[in-house]
Ligand binder design. Structure first.
Ligand SMILES: NC(=O)c1ccc[n+]([C@@H]2O[C@H](COP(=O)([O-])OP(=O)(O)OC[C@H]3O[C@@H](n4cnc5c(N)ncnc54)[C@H](OP(=O)(O)O)[C@@H]3O)[C@@H](O)[C@H]2O)c1
Length: 226
């Protein structure tokens, strides 16, 4: 499996290097071939670099880091995305005073509408950059959740595997519509991390707990609520 990075900034560079370390062929794309090549040179592991068009043509899986940018403005032709798994790690810009509006349509759903021939998967948007520096060791000992949502089941399984291989504990989070919830979670995180000054390592995780052996509190009973 080959991986193309669309936009070789912080997320693109970090995830690209982590996947190259796992033995995947990685191509770093950028708006200029010079930048893509420079990032590949920094990354090592025989990675390649060039334009976003070249990265998209190269990869079976693409990481799309150009937040809110219509792919029609990134690629010469949208045909290049046909059948490709398009990972969307994006979050909305943080509004002033963290006054987030409700998410009525996620960035991932918008991307899927803009690139209907691609198989869009939401993932990694709840992971602050600093956490990738811990991957895959010692990260894999900490059960850090990556919430993965997609309408294409096979594409979702591929991204779950890619997350697992670099030390995360991926959680199948259902269809792409649920990206609304996952993007909302990232908004809360950024409020806690930046607004409440808790720092980048305050990452919500679903840890797997042992089942309680008794129900001495009465257990979960029928609720009157809908
Ligand atoms: N940083 C984090 O901690 C973090 C964590 C989770 C999620 N995210 C999300 O991940 C996304 C990327 O974040 P980042 O930190 O990687 O940002 P970044 O370092 O600024 O990188 C963004 C990339 O977007 C590309 N880009 C920007 N405008 C573009 C345009 N008009 N056309 C084509 N490409 C364009 C740039 O490509 P070039 O390479 O061509 O310059 C750049 O590489 C954002 O949505 C962010 O919310 C970030």
């Amino acid at each position: 499996m080959k991986i193309g990075i669309i936009g070789s900034g912080n997320m693109g560079r970090s995830l690209g290097i982590l996947w190259a370390e796992q033995g995947y062929q990685v191509f770093f794309g950028a708006r200029t071939a010079e930048k893509g090549k420079a990032v590949a040179e920094f990354a090592g592991y025989e990675t390649q670099g060039g334009t976003n068009d070249e990265a998209a043509a190269f990869g079976d899986v693409l990481l799309y880091t150009a937040r809110g940018v219509d792919p029609a403005d990134v690629f010469t032709s949208l045909e290049i995305l046909a059948g490709k798994i398009l990972i969307d790690p994006n979050n909305f810009e943080i509004p002033e005073d963290f006054n987030y509006p409700p998410i009525v349509k996620s960035l991932a759903e918008t991307l899927a509408e803009q690139a209907p021939m691609a198989r869009v998967v939401k993932a990694f948007n709840t992971i602050p950059l600093e956490v990738f520096e811990l991957a895959p060791e010692p990260l894999k000992d900490y059960n850090v959740s990556v919430f993965v949502a997609a309408d294409d089941g096979a594409a979702k399984q591929t991204v779950i595997q890619l997350a697992q291989e670099i030390g995360f504990s991926p959680i199948d989070s259902g269809s792409l519509r649920h990206a609304r919830l996952i993007e909302g979670l990232a908004d809360l995180e950024r409020f806690l991390i930046i607004g409440q000054k808790m720092g980048a390592y305050a990452v919500p995780a679903i840890n797997i707990l042992p089942s309680a052996q008794t129900q001495r509190l009465g257990g979960r009973q029928a609720s009157a609520l809908k």
